[in-house]
Design a binder for this molecule. Structure first.
Ligand code: CTP
Length: 402
């Protein structure tokens, strides 16, 4: 069991679902985890510290000060102790405080101090869960990299029925288990990733480019690396801080340079992911000196760039698998699917510019993945690391892979 020896800070907040925290604690302890419970002040109205400290085999913390001696419960140390900070149930109120950096109790202070990954299991009434304020806060928390354990549907304490029930403790344990089990399912595979934008010189100081940040490509590179692959990255200019030493990393600027680097590696690869936002056109004749301001109008002639995915798709071997991206603003599904055929891809990942929390620059994404055999899968809006792992899971379903 991958939870053995893991240190879990379990935050419990004021919600009817607080009673489920007792069962969750039992399951965590049974799985071999160490559990330190921190309660919000209002959680005390729903479940007693005595119950939770007995089950967790540790004193429950809920205030800054330990006793009259003035000794304090050190939330900074606590934040460093945990391998995971899980808040279950997470009330609308606590989510709002987390989203806005409020720090009025030991639980919120621990959240701000925690360096470990954070998982939040919301629990509230269905209308509260759908309220734009709550949706915004959840989105914001996801953008901080927090993992949201989506509420489940069913009967609610209010008597209404719908989405809002805290995820069942058994399901939470499954999610934690998956989180802590390092899969090495790409061990021995060589993977090439093109990522970031390209820059096409107009003159020595100006260029044509796009808004790609490289975040999705980098999340993919990290996911492949974590899952055992040998990763080759050909990246356009990006502003992200990267530990390039973990990868075979090649920096390029233009589409032509990206193509040259990618094609020199292609024959050695098992898998190629074309995540770069390659400029389709480049100035036909970049000026060798800086263009001076003169006429009221300036015309720059553009010529079509090499299509990297298309060109390498033509020489793809039967054992090789190609994944492309499609960023569309209209006829999304149709355009994405036509790229599968045109570029000889096995999978295409569609980003829609119309979906909020998806696309360039943001830390989250929402994608639809189409396989060559006609099957498809859609993600929720999730951190790009999670989307990357979903793409890897889908790659493994492709016929080339099995
Ligand atoms: N791509 C590529 N080389 C190019 C253009 C695109 O390798 N010169 C790759 C991208 O990395 C992506 C896929 O092809 O995986 C689709 O890119 P996209 O820009 O959506 O499509 P285009 O082929 O450029 O077509 P259009 O811009 O007309 O939609």
């Amino acid at each position: 069991m991958s939870l053995k020896g893991k240190r879990i800070i379990l935050g419990v907040t004021g919600s009817i679902a607080a009673y489920k925290a007792a069962h969750l604690t039992r399951l965590l302890i049974k799985s071999g985890a160490e559990v330190q419970i921190v309660m919000s002040t209002s959680a005390l109205d729903f479940i007693t510290p005595l119950t939770l400290s007995t089950l967790s085999k540790r004193p429950v913390l809920h205030q800054f000060q330990k006793d009259e001696t003035g000794e304090w419960n050190n939330h900074v140390e606590l934040g460093l102790w945990g391998d995971l900070f899980l808040v279950a149930p997470a009330s609308a109120n606590t989510l709002a405080k987390f989203a806005h950096g409020l720090c009025d109790n030991l639980l919120t202070a621990t959240y701000l101090s925690a360096r470990c990954p954070v998982m939040l299991a919301p629990a509230m009434d269905l209308d509260m869960y759908q309220h734009p304020a709550v949706r915004e806060n959840l989105k914001k928390l996801q953008s901080f990299g927090n993992h949201i354990l989506d509420a489940e549907s069913g009967e609610l304490a209010s008597g209404l029925s719908g989405q809002g029930r805290m995820m069942e403790p058994e399901h939470i344990i499954e999610r934690l288990d998956a989180f802590f089990s390092p899969k090495r399912d790409f061990l021995g595979k060589k993977v090439l990733i093109t990522m970031g934008p390209t820059q096409e010189a107009i003159d020595p100081v100006r260029f044509i480019s796009n808004h790609s940040s490289g975040k999705m490509g980098l999340s993919l590179a990290n996911a492949f690396k974590e899952r055992g692959a040998e990763v080759y990255v050909v990246s356009g200019p990006i502003a992200l801080s990267v530990d390039q030493g973990q990868f075979h990393w090649i920096n390029v600027r233009s589409a032509q340079e990206m193509f040259d680097a990618a094609s020199s590696l292609h024959s050695k690869m098992d898998l190629c992911v074309f995540a770069a936002a390659v400029a389709d056109y480049a100035p036909a004749e970049p000026a060798t000196e800086k263009i001076k301001k003169s006429e009221d109008e300036l015309t720059i002639h553009l010529k079509k760039n090499v299509d990297i995915a298309f060109s390498l798709g033509k020489i793809k071997k039967p054992h090789q698998l190609h994944v492309g991206f499609a960023l569309e603003t209209e006829n999304e599904v149709q355009n994405a699917q036509s790229k599968l055929e045109k570029k000889n891809l096995d999978l295409v990942v569609l980003n829609s510019m119309k979906e909020s929390g998806a696309g360039f620059q943001v830390d989250t994404n929402r994608v639809h993945i189409f396989h060559r055999n006609g099957t498809s899968v859609s993600s929720t809006t999730a951190p790009k690391e999670e989307i990357a792992n979903l793409i890897l899971d889908e790659i493994k379903k492709a016929p080339v892979w099995v």
